[in-house]
Design a protein around this ligand. Structure first.
Ligand code: CP3
Length: 357
């Protein structure tokens, strides 16, 4: 394992964290690694902690619980990064939309489907409402191991808007997509509000100690080329531009999941420092077309991690080899699933830590 730990110059630590080096474009002997949704239901200690608050949003807004949930996976595995424990739907909640998480059903929101509905939302209480999240970030920044980077995050406007408009998870996001075509001005108002809220939220996370930002655009892949340009790329360009101005030097990872060959336009136009790849992106294609432009992150199939064994190990090795020629952060192609055996994560960690390219 290659880690740079400076004891005498604490300010140097930040610069030398393995994870941040990869995001600055260094190609390292083994990639840094973390897993999306590394805190969560596959861990028995998380399921136990989760009992302490019936309501998931309350859980996210309790710094004691959110700090503990973030730290749990770090005690088991030597991840190079910790991700703030929260959810992308705290933003609609903070804007005044009714948001609820129901057991076995997922998120349920009072839908926003017109300009009038958008006008009822407000940025006024944003920071007061999200103050517990900022407190969580601040505590984590002093409680995580010195060599671990702290990732702050938000949902990207398109993905957050899909939940706000549908009022729940969906397979095709039909209402959001139809509204976006039929009334781009009205839908654009919602997206603009989300750009404002998301930028302000992320700046506060950075001020409180987040060292990297990841923008989750989980449903980017359902859009046509034109719509992808308008609702994924354009808002991301705006957020990246504003963050770079307010917080220069803080790297940003984008995750336009399912974007296919549009990943290339996304990277070129947004100027993100790194891009997270879903498992449908061929490693050889990404190594040729994306890795010369920015750091790539990914992209083990989360089902391979459930399956484990030789099949998983072969997939891991192919990714490590395929991305060995440039800057890479090892991760999954999407979040870790509750059915994942923790021993498989242990095996994955051992393989990556023993890897030398
Ligand atoms: O990665 C981490 O460890 C940090 C925590 C994190 C959560 N959600 C915790 C969570 C992060 C980064 C998210 C992001 C998120 N939330 C996304 C984008 C990434 C992705 O996975 O696509 C999305 C789309 C959501 C919205 C969301 N939150 C849904 C649809 C659900 C219900 C489905 C599910 O998996 O349960 C959630 C709930 C949620 N967010 C849980 C956790 C640990 C499970 C709730 C529980 O523990 O009771």
């Amino acid at each position: 394992m290659r880690r740079v730990i400076s004891v005498t110059f604490p300010t140097m630590d930040t610069k030398n964290k393995y994870f941040l080096r990869a995001l600055k474009g260094e190609s390292l002997i083994r990639p840094p690694f973390w897993l999306m949704r590394q805190a969560g239901r596959y861990l028995p200690e998380y399921r136990e902690l989760r009992q302490k608050s019936k309501n998931f949003l309350d859980f996210c807004y309790s710094p004691d619980l959110a700090v503990e949930a973030t730290l749990q996976p770090l005690r088991r595995y030597d991840f190079d990064a910790a991700i703030l424990f929260s959810d992308i739907l705290v933003i609609p909640d903070a804007l005044g939309q009714k948001v609820e998480f129901r057991e076995g059903e997922g998120p349920v929101l009072e839908p926003v489907r017109s300009i009038d509905d958008v006008d009822k939302l407000s940025l006024d209480g944003l920071h007061d409402h999200l103050a517990p999240v900022y407190q969580t970030v601040s505590r984590l920044s002093s409680e995580i191991p010195q060599q671990t980077a702290l990732i702050g995050f938000a949902g990207a406007p398109w993905t957050v808007a899909t939940y706000m408009v549908e009022g729940k998870g969906s397979k095709d996001y039909a209402r959001a997509r139809t509204w976006a075509y039929a009334d781009p001005e009205g839908f654009g108002k919602l997206i603009d509000l989300l750009v404002e809220a998301t930028t302000a939220y992320l700046i506060k996370q950075i001020e409180n100690g987040a060292e990297v930002i990841q923008l989750f655009d989980t449903w980017a892949g359902v859009l046509s080329e034109n719509q992808f340009q308008r609702w994924v790329i354009q808002p991301t360009v705006e957020i990246v531009k504003r963050l770079n101005k307010a917080c220069p030097g803080v790297p940003i990872l984008g995750f336009p999941r399912g974007a296919g060959i549009l990943y290339q336009d996304f990277v070129k136009q947004t100027g993100v420092d790194g891009v997270s790849l879903d498992n449908s992106v061929p490693v050889s294609w990404a190594a040729e077309h994306l890795q010369p432009l920015c750091t790539v992150q990914g992209n083990l199939d989360n089902m391979a991690l459930i399956a484990g064994g030789e099949a998983m190990e072969n997939e891991i090795r192919a990714i490590l080899e395929g991305f060995a020629g440039g800057p890479h952060i090892f991760n999954l192609g999407h979040g870790i699933l509750p059915e994942t055996p923790p021993e498989h994560v242990e095996r994955l960690a051992a393989l990556i830590q023993g890897w030398e390219s």
